[in-house]
Design a binder for this molecule. Sequence first.
Ligand SMILES: Nc1ncnc2c1ncn2[C@@H]1O[C@H](COP(=O)(O)OP(=O)(O)O)[C@@H](O)[C@H]1O
Ligand SMILES: [Mg+2]
Length: 369
Amino acid sequence: MIVNKITLINFRNYDKLDITFGKNTNIIVGNNAQGKTNILESIYILALTKSYKQGLEENFIQFNKQFTKIKGVIKDKNIIKNLEILISENNKKIKINKTDIRKLSDYISNLNIIIFTPNDLEIIKGSPSIRRNLLNIQISQISKIYLQAYNEYNKILKIRNEYLKILYINNLADFAYLNILTEKLIDKAVIIYKERKKYIDQINMSISSIYENITGIKDIKLIYENNVGIEIFEDNEIKKILLQKFQQNRQKELTQGITLYGPHRDDFSFFVDDKDLKLFGSQGQQKIAVLSYKLSEIDVFEKKLQTKPVLLLDDIFSEIDIKKRNKILAYINKDIQSIITTTDLKNINKRMIENAVIFEIKNNQIERK
Ligand SMILES: Nc1ncnc2c1ncn2[C@@H]1O[C@H](COP(=O)(O)OP(=O)(O)O)[C@@H](O)[C@H]1O
Ligand SMILES: [Mg+2]
């Protein structure tokens, strides 16, 4: 799949910007604070309706303006679609081919993307919620079942947590409704666990060869960690274990007023040679590991959707030596659309540049070279 064209109106530093991308490598060159990342962010928002950056959505809107609009023309398997997102202070409107879309699950997955940003080291070093968030975003793009189950799970989780508090505060022993909520929660949890496990298994089928190709080091893998001790990811097995956990820990949940077990407490880690990269990896190693993970997602997406996602690579080259850099570029320089930002074309080798469309960005304007 490719992004043919985007139009930004009042988006961050851009009043109005039109860019027509090439179908393979695109390189955006410019000094700091010129708006390179903003372009990638706009494509991310076009794909997922929200940003990967912290902060209010109002920040997307250019200072002193009332709204922002992001439009994109995308092409997948010869079908062209017009996507549009309009964001004003407390409203968001989403359209496909000029038709309003109400349900998020009808929108997500029209444009599939993989992004790598300088903050992505947090995927290894940061808190578990960062990794869970990533799982949600990535799996939602390839599995509608997951997206729906996850949304419903969160709704039930909230109600269950509130009900646990009510029971405790009022010193009630009426567990019939709690049991219903627990059952409902488990039903959705089963789907989430299975889809996450499947996704991580699929990543593991690709990541090792990519990481080895870049670093020469074998045996990297992702380890999926759940807080209930599921090892066999089958419906009945998962249900049995969860039910047991909830039965055994009812009092604990009541006193804490919170659901203690389930996929909302999941995590995963990167291991190389059976060592946890979080604990021993250097910055550089961690960076290549995350990049390899992102690149293995190309295979996962393609297997599931029969199309390649669009790769967004933001300033990925610092702290990576030239040999590894070229290996990464060679991997990207294939039949996939990528949009890469850099402050300096020297970071990118000649062969790549020859095949790329180059954009230079300066004073809020972009020029195709
Ligand atoms: N809502 C906004 N309105 C106007 N300018 C903004 C807004 N949000 C961010 N910017 C500007 O965008 C610029 C940063 O853009 P960015 O894409 O991060 O640059 P680069 O990646 O090229 O270093 C800054 O100059 C910042 O002031
Ligand atoms: Mg930037």
